[in-house]
Ligand binder design. Structure first.
Ligand SMILES: Nc1nc2c(ncn2[C@@H]2O[C@H](COP(=O)(O)OP(=O)(O)O[C@H]3O[C@H](CO)[C@@H](O)[C@H](O)[C@@H]3O)[C@@H](O)[C@H]2O)c(=O)[nH]1
Length: 315
């Protein structure tokens, strides 16, 4: 997303420039991207574009590298060229601020727990590898050109509008659907994996805070508490007075070729330097998502079988 200087809101407001669409490096070639950035002349750019569902990255490794990895180079090149930046000694007239969505998936087979900005990377999927490429590209543009470019190393962030292929939403939809009698089971993969799940709204606030600092730097965002997929399922089903063991079916086909077993954030740097703190934790998040899906699946759009049939394809 690009926030333009012509926008009435620019830095403080949250409206988006009328000209602005999603400008993904992955969807545009380099010259179209340069034209798009030139038209908007953004103050802030948030590159959230990625092929972001980890299992797909094994099926489409080349596309993943192209979108999630090289897309970052195209975005940074467009910003650099439009801003007229040729070296760190002769910065261009304006220094637009660039945010890159790095990921906790970069830590992969973790070397230490919890993970912070200095934890070595060991990505476990083509997605993780591409994110590491993007992460170092941002660092390189900062060091080579003095650009204001930062990476937010965000741990899993969820909300009621999370895609239904990701495990939190799959489970909240599953629990709601079973409660309403629309389904009687939910197929899942590895229940032992642990993640540090937070609320997406908190993380978006953190992204904006990163671009509001005097100097660019990279930050980890996470709650600092990990839970297993099994705990997630137990809590979601208990929220609707059901026992998950009566409804969850384990499916080998949903196991990943290489798993990331445990992710847990040490967000001390973001807390101390940005003043960032999460406001929503696991229990509240899961309750919020299940309640929202109960409303969604009870609503009129489901009576025709539309939404539920679409979602059912993903289960
Ligand atoms: N999706 C999914 N995951 C399952 C299932 N059963 C078990 N899991 C486990 O649940 C964990 C979380 O999976 P996802 O919700 O798909 O998220 P992710 O792989 O951790 O990646 C997400 O978070 C990253 C940040 O760390 C993001 O970078 C990435 O794009 C994505 O949003 C994984 O260990 C996965 O094996 C299932 O049926 N579906």
């Amino acid at each position: 997303m690009v926030r333009g200087q012509n926008s009435p809101s620019a830095r403080c407001g949250r409206q988006v420039h009328p000209d602005v669409r999603l400008v993904n490096g992955d969807l545009m070639d380099q010259s179209s991207l340069i034209s798009a950035v030139d038209r908007v002349r953004p103050d802030e750019i948030y590159n959230l574009g990625a092929l972001s569902y980890v299992p797909t990255s094994w099926r489409q490794p080349n596309t993943t590298a192209e979108i999630t990895g090289t897309g970052v180079v195209r975005m940074l090149e467009a910003v650099r060229i439009v801003a007229g930046i040729t070296s760190s000694r002769t910065p261009g007239p304006s220094r637009p601020r660039f945010y890159q969505a790095s990921s906790s998936e970069m830590f992969g087979k973790v070397r230490e727990t919890p993970q912070n900005e200095l934890t070595p990377f060991h990505p476990r999927s083509p997605y993780g590898v591409a994110k590491v490429f993007g992460h170092y590209t941002v660092q390189n543009y900062r060091e080579s050109y003095g650009m204001y470019a930062v990476s937010g190393m965000l741990f899993n962030h969820e909300s009621p509008i999370r895609g239904p292929e990701f495990v939190t939403r799959k489970v909240s939809l599953g629990a709601a659907a079973v409660k309403l009698g629309l389904r009687d089971s939910l197929r899942l993969g590895n229940l032992m994996a642990e993640r540090d799940w937070g609320f997406a709204g908190d993380y978006v606030r953190g992204m904006s805070m990163m671009l509001a600092q005097d100097e660019p730097d990279d930050y980890v965002l996470g709650t600092g508490i990990a839970h297993s997929v099994r705990e997630l399922v137990e809590l979601a089903f208990a929220h609707v007075d059901l026992d998950w063991r009566d409804h969850v079916v384990l499916d080998e086909a949903l196991q990943r070729p290489a798993e990331v077993d445990l992710l847990c954030a040490d967000a001390t740097k973001a807390q101390q330097r940005l003043g960032w703190k999460p406001t929503v934790y696991f229990e509240e998040l899961v309750g919020m998502m299940v309640d929202s899906d109960l409303r969604l699946l009870s609503g009129p759009q489901c009576s025709e079988g539309g939404v539920i049939r679409e979602l059912a394809d993903l289960w």
